[in-house]
Write a protein that binds this ligand. Structure first.
Ligand code: AMP
Ligand code: MG
Length: 406
């Protein structure tokens, strides 16, 4: 039986990042930059004012015989325009935030430190001496032409998108999103819009996985349910091989497994692991043709948890991410975990920051068929192998499912 870490390491070893493509900036969120970003221009491109005020020569701001100097206002410059006049000794120009500094001026005084006769007054009094460069944002202060601004491999978030837009990158080179096929299995599994009939259950896994794949940055494709026959599975897999990754649910527990295994052996290569964890002991991994296949257990909770532990990291590696794993923190397990489980136990819990520490409360019955144990959970408390219990108020590590990966 493999540990979670061994199984994950083996999976990741066979995964390579997908191809690079250019996407419009508005579609780049969450993707990974496939090239470094070098500023091809100075930013800002021109020296401009950081304030609404007056552009002047700094030496004209010195008080004269103890009273504020009065300068003649020769015009104004708004953001988006370039002043035609030159500011000379004894004169000033009205200037708005973001407007280019007019020729001749070497400083800007904010309007609050001046006195003038309203918006179109012909003079301004300078109430405070200002040094050269005051309130001026020099060209290239933010980015210099030729400067490396973003490294290849950076994840693109809203702030990166802002910088790319500043530099005029209408598209971004990224590692593309995986297209993921979802195949449910089982003669008992019917679609969500079907009334229940004796012996049947609704296909929750395909929908849960569709959402989880989408949330992980992939593009999910639900291919429906394969019957528990070689022919039906073969047909689904023949459709699934046009995607970047195949995620199946069910058909990997000991009795069922031979069927999926036969097809994987027939059409590719198969590893099957019993993983030392609960929920979700049996997980299959391998390839159909060249397409990696991740076979998750059928029990919905097991499918959900094993997707977080294995599916997400696999997808993230495909997307060129280097931070693949959910972060862990130490938590106080308020209600404790009394159940003795020999395998490593991932207990669904709600973790909150309270009185200066992270406190976890488990979500009740932890059976792998209890889908409601997933509700409100934002973490998995990790109970080590070997039948360990955690008393109420005891400490444990928790994997945070809603924090960015590390
Ligand atoms: P299996 O791994 O195929 O033996 O399935 C284990 C358990 O998960 C059984 O109780 C199945 O009925 C259930 N199951 C399998 N597939 C699904 C599915 N797509 N949605 C909900 N439950 C499922
Ligand atoms: Mg089954």
């Amino acid at each position: 039986m493999f540990s979670v870490e061994e199984a994950l390491e083996r999976m990741l070893a066979s995964i390579v990042p997908l191809a690079i493509e250019r996407v419009p900036l508005s579609e780049a969120l969450g993707l990974v930059l496939a090239e470094e970003v070098i500023a091809q221009e100075d930013m800002p491109p021109f020296a401009n004012s950081a304030m609404d005020g007056f552009a002047l020569l700094s030496r004209d701001s010195q008080p004269r015989a103890g009273s504020p100097p009065r300068l003649r206002v020769i015009g104004g410059v708004a953001a988006g325009y370039v002043a035609e006049q030159t500011v000379q000794e004894g004169t000033a120009m009205r200037i708005m935030t973001g407007a280019p500094l007019p020729a001749g001026a070497d400083t800007v005084i904010q309007v609050e430190l001046t006195r003038s006769e309203g918006a179109n007054g012909e003079w301004v009094e300078i109430l405070q001496a200002v040094a050269p460069g005051n309130n001026i944002r020099p060209a290239g202060e933010d980015m210099r032409r030729g400067q490396m601004v973003l490294q290849r491999g950076s994840e693109i978030g809203p702030w990166e998108i802002g910088v790319l837009a500043t530099l005029g990158w209408a598209t971004a080179p990224v590692t593309r999103r995986p297209q993921v096929a979802i195949v449910a299995t089982g003669d008992e599994v019917i679609d969500v819009d079907q009334p229940l009939r004796p012996g049947k259950i609704r296909n929750s896994n395909s929908y849960l996985l569709e959402a989880a794949i989408h949330k992980a940055g992939g593009v999910p494709h639900r291919l429906g349910v394969a019957r528990d026959t070689v022919e039906s599975l073969r047909e689904k897999f023949s459709e699934a091989v046009q995607y970047d990754l195949i995620v199946t649910s069910g058909g990997v527990s000991v009795g069922d497994f031979d069927l999926v295994k036969d097809i994987m052996a027939e059409q590719g290569e198969i590893n099957f692991w019993r993983i030392n964890m609960r929920p979700g002991k049996p997980v299959a991994f391998g390839h159909i043709g060249n397409v990696p296949l991740l076979g998750l257990p059928g029990n919905p909770v097991s499918a959900a948890v094993t997707f977080e532990l294995f599916g997400r990291p696999v997808m993230r590696k495909m997307m060129g991410q280097t931070r693949l794993l959910h972060p862990q923190v130490e938590v106080v397990v308020e209600d404790g975990i009394g159940e003795r489980v020999m395998r490593r136990h991932y207990v669904r819990a709600r973790v909150e920051w309270r009185d200066g520490r992270f406190v976890a409360r488990t979500t009740g019955n932890q059976g792998s068929n209890i889908t409601t144990s997933l509700l409100h959970a934002n973490a998995l408390v990790i109970v080590p192998e070997g039948g360990v219990t955690i008393p109420p108020g005891g400490m444990a590590s928790a994997m945070m499912l809603d924090w960015p990966e590390v």
